[in-house]
Ligand binder design. Sequence first.
Ligand code: COS
Length: 415
Amino acid sequence: MSLIGPLYSIKRVKKHRCMELNGEPLNYGETDEQQMIRKMVRDFAESVLVQTIEERDANQIPPSNEWQAFLELGLQGITIPEEYGGMPIDDVSEAIIVEELARVDPSFAVMYCVHVGLCSMTIALHGDDEQKSKYLPRLAAGEVGAYSLSEAGAGTDAAAMTCKAQLSDDGTHYVLNGEKMWVTNGAQAEILVLFAKDVGHPDYGVKKHGGTTAFIVEASFDGFSVGKKEDKLGIRSSDTCTLVLQNCKVPVENVLKGSGNGFPIAMNALDNSRIGIAAQALGISQGAYEAALQYSKEREAFGKPIGHHQMIMAYLADMATRIEAARQLVYKAAWTKQQHYEEDGPRHSKEASMAKLFAGDTAMWVSERAIQVLGGYGYTKEFPVERFFRDAKITQIYEGTQEVQRIVISRAISG
Ligand code: COS
């Protein structure tokens, strides 16, 4: 199977076609390039990911082999500029890729999201030339990236983190101590964007997030180790673990944007990646809905396919409608993000949070309805809907809970 072929004709798509009304995009069609990317990723998911997802889900096996196969598509560097070995594409295409991966394998989708969004894009946006030259080509070549903000006592309240960074006497490196938690790709990653508080910063202990600093950490650094692996309800093939920093030595040149400037970097990264999680939720919804639709055509009750019974028809109609509404919010948020960076447009926090809030709730609702359509079969592992149901729940929790999304939205709309 050659997955590489179509790649050569993917051009750098800076903008997708859209009409505008009062400055708002009205986009009712995908470009040829976006359709081609969707097809390429769908083919990969349906031929490669589908073969192993059940076993990986059952045994919590990370998709390492599948990642190697995925690299043939060349999509791991879409948030990395060409001069650093990347292949940038537009933000709606990025959402489409995540959606198509999640339609089959939500665990693989989040692995990809974190690599391209939270890690690569954060270094591309905030790194200096030296940092970008050192790390982006490696990420573009397929070394896995991760992002580490949360701790046992600092999830929603990110500024409450307690991991500490102390500058060495000779000023050449920081010494990091503490424990990070809920790190996606934590055990697989070679390069991580990791946050800790610089205890020597003047704002440390003065402002709540004072001293928060973003470091580029390599898994090979002294004092860095992987701790407990989480045993999760869903996205079980995604690697989630604790990281232990025990006198971990990080060179000063690995600080992004200088000491004490990490909190806005962390928040900005989340604005970007919440759109990815919204796209993941959209893919979960689509996968669950398609399974239910298919079943409704095949299963008969009272002498006709159950899809001809009005109550099932109504379920499916509501599922399709909610998914379409979520899709518009996700693509709109992706488009707004692109305007923010390319045209210096307004920040996309509100759009990202709205998309994540709505798409996460949609994934939960649709996957639950899908089980209802399949009845007893939906409750078994014979069909993928019970896995989609388990996977959907996390989209209401990570990258900011639904409660946090409401905080961000309400702050944005109240000015
Ligand atoms: N982009 C850039 N900067 C931002 C920002 C954003 N989206 N949001 C906030 N900031 C900046 C603020 O401007 C402020 O900067 P100054 O110190 O210069 O004033 C700083 O960050 C602190 O902002 P704020 O006071 O709003 O911080 P809070 O502690 O009140 O945090 C919430 C607000 C709850 C919204 C934030 O902590 C959050 O998003 N929490 C969820 C974290 C999360 O999603 N965790 C999952 C991570 S996956 S490992």
